[in-house]
Design a protein around this ligand. Structure first.
Ligand SMILES: [Zn+2]
Length: 299
């Protein structure tokens, strides 16, 4: 038993050492750093840039991004970065102030996207920020970011475009599978009930109806009226399963579960990836995880 523990510790230490060597060797080549506002963007860009840049996310996995408060060390990181990439559409409430004192290039993906607008509350009339949550829009993110990377480094355009093609093939496969599922699902079962109204792009792109407890995390709160509305829709439409998201408490959705008899389908990932080894440690895994839970819940 002791030997086994010793052996496992050794394996662990070796893997730690090789991980840090990898990091050092990548950084020692003096590559420029692309700093993103959140983990989803960092992962997409890392798949497109591969070895051309070091890509990092300012916010860590699992963190609530909308109302994030940047730290002094975040400012240092950003001032040393080559470019700062954010989503836009008001997702990062802190981004304007954060970049205003920095002399760093900025790329905002949403400047090239068509918005879906929030229809109520503090955010009424403003774009819903969560466009990446639909695989169809994810493909647009790739096109926008391939173009941005190519403008940053024109000599590598072909490499970025090829990486983009490979990555988009994976997204297209996810898109096709989910479309097929929805097309075979009775129309009266095509409801997605979540905590945050973060699925407007997904529901709009795939002909589903969206029901949520509050429109946007940060500033929005659950109210008795919203709770009653959600309970009434879930009951009246006989919706079998409701969901919540990984970065917020599912306490309120559990009230809906108790009041309606619907099942709780699990936590969907939206605003942040999971840590390594979690169910949504990459953007592709995040989409697969979400769509798998939705299929399982609605079938
Ligand atoms: Zn959100």
């Amino acid at each position: 038993m002791k030997k086994r523990i010793l052996f496992l510790s050794l394996i662990f230490l070796i893997s730690l050492a090789s991980a840090s060597c990898k990091k050092i060797s990548k950084e020692s080549e003096n590559k420029e750093v692309i700093l993103t506002s959140f983990t989803v963007l960092a992962d997409i860009i890392d798949n497109l840039a591969k070895d051309e840049f070091i890509v990092r996310s300012l916010t860590k996995p699992g963190v609530e991004v909308h109302g994030y408060k940047p730290t002094p060390s975040d400012l240092v990181k950003a001032s040393n970065a080559f470019v700062f990439v954010d989503n836009g559409f008001g997702f990062e409430l802190w981004a304007e102030k954060f970049v205003s004192n920095l002399k760093v290039k900025r790329i905002t993906v949403a400047e090239d996207l068509d918005p879906i607008f929030v229809t109520e509350d503090f955010y009424k009339g403003k774009p819903n920020p969560h466009a990446w949550i639909s695989p169809k829009r994810g493909i647009l993110y790739v096109d926008i970011l391939v173009e941005s990377l190519s403008e940053l480094r024109p000599s590598k355009r072909e490499i970025f475009e090829e990486n983009g093609r490979i990555y988009k093939d994976k997204l297209s496969k996810i898109d096709e599978e989910f479309s097929l599922f929805i097309n075979n699902l009775d129309e009266d079962r095509r409801y997605l009930v979540s905590c945050e109204g973060a699925f407007s792009y997904l529901t709009s792109d795939y002909g589903m109806k969206e029901v949520y407890l509050w429109p946007v995390n940060a500033e929005s709160q659950i109210t008795p009226r919203r709770m009653a509305r959600t309970i009434s829709i879930v009951k009246n439409k006989n919706i079998p399963t409701v969901f919540c998201e990984s970065t917020v408490s599912d306490e309120s959705q559990m009230v809906v579960v108790r009041e309606t008899g619907a099942k709780f389908g699990g936590d969907l990932f939206v605003d942040s990836l999971s840590v390594d080894g979690g169910p949504a440690s990459t953007y592709i895994k995040m989409l697969e995880h979400n769509l798998h839970l939705i299929k399982k819940g609605l079938y």
